[in-house]
Design a protein around this ligand. Sequence first.
Ligand SMILES: Cc1cc2nc3c(=O)[nH]c(=O)nc-3n(C[C@H](O)[C@H](O)[C@H](O)COP(=O)(O)OP(=O)(O)OC[C@H]3O[C@@H](n4cnc5c(N)ncnc54)[C@H](O)[C@@H]3O)c2cc1C
Length: 314
Amino acid sequence: WYKNWQRFEGTLAKDWIIRYAGKRNYDVLWEPLLRGKFGQSAAEVSMVWFWGKIHLRFSSRGKGTGGERLGYLKGSFGLLTDALARRITASGGTIHTHSPVSRVAVEEGRVTGVEVKGDAAGFHFFDAVIATVPSPVFLDIAPQLEGDYAAKLKNMRYQAAVCLVLILNRSLSPIYWLNISDPTVPFVAAVEHTNFVDSSVYSGKHILYISNYLSKDSPLYRASIDELQEAFLPNLKRINPEFEPGWIEERYRFSDDAGQPIVGTYYSQQIPEHRTPIDGLYLANTTQIYPEDRGMNYSVRLGRDISRLIAGEP
Ligand SMILES: Cc1cc2nc3c(=O)[nH]c(=O)nc-3n(C[C@H](O)[C@H](O)[C@H](O)COP(=O)(O)OP(=O)(O)OC[C@H]3O[C@@H](n4cnc5c(N)ncnc54)[C@H](O)[C@@H]3O)c2cc1C
């Protein structure tokens, strides 16, 4: 029954949870978590998105009492991207980093190449272009897109995400993944990676990842690393009263304007196709991952799907 996600397309997560788990359960647990991820759009989130999250969490727990099984790529995703880069180069491809595309060039309805800034500045000719950027960026660099397709891109909404990664000389807590539903705490998750992968792999250091999903114009999203640290640190003391700023050895701030697509009801009808109306121009981004929530493994699937599409394979 739960595998049949289509039946939830017209249902709001909020309504379903209140109906089957109760208003108090929603108010205390799920509403703060949904708000943490989707902000003011929390009440618009589709039951399909919620179903995907719950389904995935329970399927990783397996049947019976075997406990949860999670995988980790030893050495991080960096190993995978390095291996991919080596394979692309060995096959005759060229990779340009620090070279944002400023414009997709189109002649008589067909893509001809891209205009690039930065290290590889200039015009590059191509017979096919796959955009893997968020939808608003795609519209900026390919303003030739119009009609229904452009409308679908414009309708896509995202929550931005900001993360503070701290390298600590002590462990904050024994918990790996701490979801936070307390609205007075300015982050929604504190993930101590080294409670999953042993700190000995990181020379005895402890890696803490603190994240929040916000609207692009919220003050916390625009905050500098110092301001972010100032907002977050007092709350780390609530997790472990012994925590001291002196435990921090290094810190990093990461942000993403398009951290999480907002998945509303009947989302399947709003997804832009991979093949755009411009010949030779394709799109593969996180808004097209559905009914699952976006994730690295689905991006790999997306890459495979789009390369098959271009190669004309079924
Ligand atoms: C806070 C957070 C936590 C997450 N946690 C997990 C997790 O635990 N597990 C998991 O599997 N997934 C996780 N994800 C999701 C995962 O990061 C995404 O699904 C994945 O990165 C999407 O890959 P992508 O290549 O489609 O997009 P992105 O990784 O966003 O790549 C898009 C790229 O386009 C580049 N770009 C933008 N504009 C231009 C331009 N004009 N020209 C050229 N390049 C441009 C950007 O710099 C960026 O590098 C998380 C995401 C967030 C935001």
